[in-house]
Design a protein around this ligand. Structure first.
Ligand SMILES: Nc1ncnc2c1ncn2[C@@H]1O[C@H](COP(=O)(O)OP(=O)(O)OP(=O)(O)O)[C@@H](O)[C@H]1O
Length: 241
């Protein structure tokens, strides 16, 4: 099986040093590490949101690091989904309008009916039916983050990038959002996620441990392992977490 994402010797001025890893199709991969270790920078550089100084990122058959900024932006719109802690929704627009927006951007106004139908289907799947016309400030944090996940899926991406997707949420909402991401992953979505939270990370297939801009270690987790949260906590503790 070919990786969906291949990162080789990625460097970012004094922040990232020769980062290499693969993300396999259908893998849920977490990046953990101390504050300031470069986790977000790694995510942004991998997605081409920031210009790496050296190294290569390949998304399926496309070498992302060789593309112009415009090309990268198009690829992000069509092939990548993003879920951030600060949700970047547009106030004054309904949940549905927020979700539809990148769909129209990618597919054109003529496809509006199709995109709308897709948005409604996603909202239903993610438990947001009936909230289509709510303004972003009229829903809970968990509902809003799930709407952001719908938005990230509107163009059928091949990969999701998530930066602290549960970071701004209370425990219950965090669990709902993580359930949603795990569900998507079980349906085949490849996900690269930065998190501080060991409970969140313990639901992933693998964890990379980043320190001083280098991948120092990784931990594989079995889906059937009932003690995975404990394993993650022990592993983190051994690394001085
Ligand atoms: N645009 C930037 N310009 C210069 N330095 C930056 C920039 N963004 C981040 N840094 C620095 O790079 C280092 C890594 O930051 P980054 O946000 O990637 O770490 P992180 O591991 O995600 O941290 P946290 O867990 O606190 O979010 C930090 O020292 C930070 O101050």
């Amino acid at each position: 099986m070919k990786p969906v994402l291949q990162v080789r010797d990625l460097c970012r001025n004094r922040i990232l040093h020769n980062i290499s890893f693969d993300l396999m199709p259908g893998e849920l991969l977490a990046v953990m590490g101390p504050s300031g270790s470069g986790k977000s920078t790694l995510l942004y550089n991998t997605a081409g949101l920031d210009q790496a100084d050296a190294g290569e990122v390949r998304l399926q058959d496309t070498v992302l690091t060789a593309l112009s900024d415009d090309h990268k932006a198009r690829l992000r719109l069509e092939k990548m989904g993003f879920v951030f802690q600060q949700m970047n929704t547009i106030p004054g627009l309904s949940l549905e309008e927020n979700i539809v927006l990148p769909g129209i951007q990618a597919q054109g106004k003529r496809q509006k009916a199709k995109v709308k139908e897709k948005a409604r289907r996603l909202m239903k799947e993610l438990g947001l039916e009936g909230l289509e016309n709510r303004q972003v400030q009229q829903v809970s944090g968990g509902q809003l983050q799930r709407a952001c996940i719908c938005r990230s899926l509107i163009n059928d991406p091949v990969i999701l990038f998530a930066d602290e997707p549960t970071g701004a949420l209370n425990r219950q909402a965090a669990q709902e959002v993580m359930d949603t991401l795990v569900n998507l992953n079980r349906q085949g979505m490849s996900i690269l996620m930065v998190t501080h939270d060991s409970k969140t990370a313990s639901r992933c297939d693998r964890i990379l441990y980043l320190q001083d801009g280098e991948i120092k270690d990784q931990l594989y987790l079995e889906r059937a392992d009932a003690d995975r949260e404990q394993r993650v906590n022990d592993w983190l503790m051994q690394r001085g977490w």
